[in-house]
Write a protein that binds this ligand. Structure first.
Ligand code: GDP
Ligand code: MG
Length: 788
């Protein structure tokens, strides 16, 4: 009987917990474990929640939650309570009583052999047919095996769990109302791809299940090879090959069912079928809303419900609406769907995108575990994949694409950059000409225009880079890149899945670090987070564009790409070191999704790009503006006489501005890297945000009245009036680039590291380690460069 039906004052022993995995885990953590005694303290017929005492504690459960707990009243079987209490590891099961039952449901596509399996297992003689629609309703059978009584149900065949056909509705209702203990998903092994679609939906449901790979004889006959053990581990569901027609493998299948029922099968792991960043973002919001309204999800997992709602499933909608606060969830769903459809073409509706992503998940899982001599059907996706994931062409294609992106960022970005640059120079000239002399004019001309203006010119480059990254992600190419990178990533102790956060780091490390959440293994996630700052983010781009354009104008793309590659190499070495000395080896296999290719709509790409542009402009008006004014003020005060270049002596003199003093104090540390004190100050100022490095240079190199309308690059190259030499040489520019690439992450990134790792230690480590590495490599690069 169910716990919710137990009257006040009576006692019972917990038999099993129904419902989805997360719910079961939560209830078990409260103490409702198989074999434990529970007493009803207070249960009024209409009262919710109900109070129980378990292990001497008082807990209350909602009535609907208590309904998911099956119990055995103590009074009826007093003798069993002893054994159950003394040894909770022994399954509370005895073949002669009702309580040792495992309810099993057979679910699968039409014609996959469910009825054949049902017959051979239960000894029944249901009609087996080689056409769909033979099983119209469910048949129940029983048999005993290894001390368990199995109640087995043969459900109608269904391709998915939508609510379009009566069969699908029937199966769904059965799963929700009857909550079978273990689901056997029967799969036709000779048609894995289509059959596994249903499995992805059952995975979303987070229910105990085993996959029966039926018709394995046909798979063997076709000379295909399936590493079903690896596949099962990857998707977290045990897989057992069977031939239902002959009974081969059926014992093993039910052995696996028992192991799953007893929570001791090693392959069982709840995974999320990743549905792409856009859908996942919507899901997160919906799941939060669903969790706040706890009443809706004892039967189904919040994730499953959220996916169904996004698909526009009417059945789920009604269920949600019937619960308290359900309207809020539906309103949120409507809002999310509207936002989505506003920005996508009609044929990109959410339901088909989710389906496509699921097939991408299956394709990816099979690509690693399934080899078939049969020719693949020639879909566009397959044809493209034949090239981009090819052993020979995959890498050259990837590098060509990356090269193109860096070239575009640099070369195409040059034109709009020059226009903005001209505009900034013009503005500065106007201010110098028309504003009255004084502190205010100096602040506007040197502090604000010099600083913010110096950075804002790089907006086009950043937008181009973001456009390319979001195009790679949305088109489906990024997943392929991750796929071919899997082997390389394994060499550094990571998984292909870590690759996407790393490429996203080229845009901004903060969202990239957050996206590492998709990596389920903790150690891989932490390593991915820790090495992410070495992925050169777009905030560092202005420094590269400025210095490369000035000092390496002959081969800009090579130097540009070289810096990114250096960052990647340092990341790889760091990952290896972390794996070797800090984290243990991690072997958890993951599915690498291969979603179908899509040409991203111009609208969606522009929207992503513009969102970044907006963020960038906000940063300009906020932290960069403030930092520019502070740097300017520190350089302006204390007001020194006009011969301020006298201060260019090594020793700190009373004529120095605060900034000069600070620069000279830290400069001895940076001098081995060829840094002039202004470079040291710029690097220091860049700690809050890397853009400030350039804005600081902008502020520091404006004092020459005669050349204020000159571009910043030219000002850097101009000889220092005191030393007679330029502050930056090719060698010191290079070491400066390397140092800025690698040193301490910006404050936002450090915070993100602390937040995502739940530990300030990791953030602190990253600050110290990265700075030390930056110094060492900057030193090496400078020493080599001056030799050449
Ligand atoms: P259901 O629609 O899922 O109930 O599938 P059935 O049990 O009615 O089986 C459909 C067809 O597949 C029948 O012709 C079975 O004989 C055949 N079949 C079932 N299991 C196997 C198997 O393991 N190997 C082969 N080769 N055929 C099978
Ligand atoms: Mg059948």
């Amino acid at each position: 009987m169910r716990l919710s039906d137990l009257p006040t004052g009576s006692e019972a022993v917990v038999v099993k917990i129904l419902g989805h995995g997360a719910f079961r885990k939560r209830v078990m953590e409260m103490g409702f474990v198989k074999g434990r005694k529970v007493k009803v303290l207070l249960q009024a017929p209409l009262k919710d929640p109900i109070k129980y005492s378990i292990l001497g504690y008082e807990v209350s459960l909602r009535r609907s939650e208590a309904h998911e707990i099956e119990v055995d009243p103590v009074d009826m079987k007093p003798q069993q309570q002893e054994t159950a209490d003394t040894n909770k590891d022994t399954p509370y099961c005895d073949a002669k009583t009702e309580t040792c039952v495992i309810n099993v449901a057979l679910i699968g596509n039409p014609n996959c052999g469910k009825t054949s399996l049902f017959n051979i297992a239960s000894g029944a003689q249901e009609h087996v047919g080689n056409y769909s629609g033979v099983t119209v309703d469910s048949k129940t059978g029983h048999f005993d095996y290894r001390g368990y009584r199995f109640n087995i149900v043969d459900l109608p065949g269904t391709y998915s769990l939508t609510s379009y056909s009566p069969e699908e509705l029937y199966v769904r209702k059965y799963l929700q109302d009857e909550t079978p203990d273990v689901i056997i998903n029967v799969v036709d092994s000779s048609n894995l791809e289509r059959n596994l679609y249903l499995a992805t939906e059952l995975i979303d449901m987070d229910r105990s299940m085993v996959i029966a790979l039926n018709m394995y004889d046909e798979l063997r006959a076709s000379h295909a090879e399936l590493d079903y053990k690896a596949l099962g581990k990857m998707i977290g569901v045990p897989m057992v090959p069977i031939v239902a027609k002959t009974g081969e493998g059926v014992d093993e299948l039910f052995d696996a069912v028992i192991d799953v029922f007893e929570d001791k099968h090693e392959a069982v792991r709840h995974i999320h079928v990743y549905l792409g960043s856009e859908i996942e973002k919507m899901l997160r919001q919906l799941i939060d809303a669903i969790k706040e309204n706890g009443g809706v999800t004892q039967h189904v997992s919040p994730r499953y419900l959220a996916i169904k709602l996004l698909e526009g499933d009417k059945q789920s909608e009604q269920e949600v609406l019937a619960s308290d606060g359900g309207q809020k969830i539906i309103d949120l769903r409507d809002q999310l769907v509207k936002d989505y459809t506003d920005h996508h073409n009609d044929d990109d509706d959410i339901e088909s995108v989710i389906a496509a992503e699921k097939y991408g998940f299956i394709d990816g899982a099979l690509a690693e575990t399934f080899k078939s001599p049969e020719k693949d059907s020639m879909t566009t996706t397959r044809i493209i994949d034949a090239f981009v994931t090819n052993k020979l062409f995959g890498f050259p294609i990837f590098f060509a694409i990356m090269f193109f992106i860096f070239w575009a960022t640099f070369a195409i970005g040059q034109y709009p950059m020059d226009w903005i640059d001209d505009g900034v120079a013009w503005l500065s000239k106007m201010v110098n000409r028309w504003m009255p002399e004084g502190v205010l004019k100096d602040m506007i001309a040197d502090g604000i225009i010099g600083g913010v203006g110096g950075v804002i010119v790089f907006l086009p480059n950043i937008l181009i880079l973001y456009f390319c990254i979001s195009f790679m992600e949305d088109s489906g190419y990024m997943a392929r890149a991750a796929f071919i990178m899997d082997k390389v990533m394994h060499k550094i102790g990571l998984h292909g899945k870590s690759f996407i956060p790393l490429v996203m780091g080229f845009g901004c490390n903060v969202p990239a670090i957050m996206s590492a959440r998709a990596i389920e293994s903790r150690s891989s996630r932490l390593i991915t987070i820790m090495i992410n700052p070495f992925m050169s983010c777009s905030a560092r781009l202005p420094i590269y564009v400025l210095l490369i354009g000035t000092f390496f104008s002959e081969h800009p793309t090579i130097v540009f790409m070289g810096l990114y590659i250096l960052g990647i190499l340092v990341a790889m070495v760091t990952a290896r070191l972390l794996r070797k000395f800090y984290f243990k080896k991690d072997e958890t296999p993951f599915v690498m999704e291969l979603p179908p290719y899509r040409i991203p709509t111009f609208k969606a790409s522009m929207r992503h790009t513009w969102a970044k542009g907006e963020q960038y402009l906000k940063k300009m008006g906020g932290i960069i503006l403030v930092a520019s004014i502070i740097v300017w003020a520190l350089n302006y005060f204390p007001i020194h006489d006009d011969a301020n270049y006298v201060a260019e002596t090594e020793a700190i003199s009373p004529n120095d501005s605060y900034l000069e003093m600070a620069g000279k104090v830290i400069n001895p540390v940076m001098e081995p890297l060829g840094f002039h004190w202004r470079a040291s100050v710029a690097a220091l100022a860049g700690v809050p945000a890397k853009e400030i490095v350039v804005s600081t240079l902008g502020v520091l190199y404006t004092n020459d009245e005669a050349v204020t309308d000159q571009k910043l690059g030219a000002r850097l190259e101009a000889p220092n009036p005191v030393t007679g030499k330029p502050d930056f040489t090719t060698a010191s520019a290079l070491s400066f680039l390397v140092f800025i690439l690698l040193y301490c992450p910006c404050i936002a990134t450090v915070t993100a590291i602390a937040k995502e790792t739940h530990h300030w230690g990791y953030a602190a480590f990253s600050v110290v380690y990265n700075t030390v590495v930056a110094w060492i490599l900057g030193f090496i690069v400078y020493q080599i460069a001056i030799l050449l």
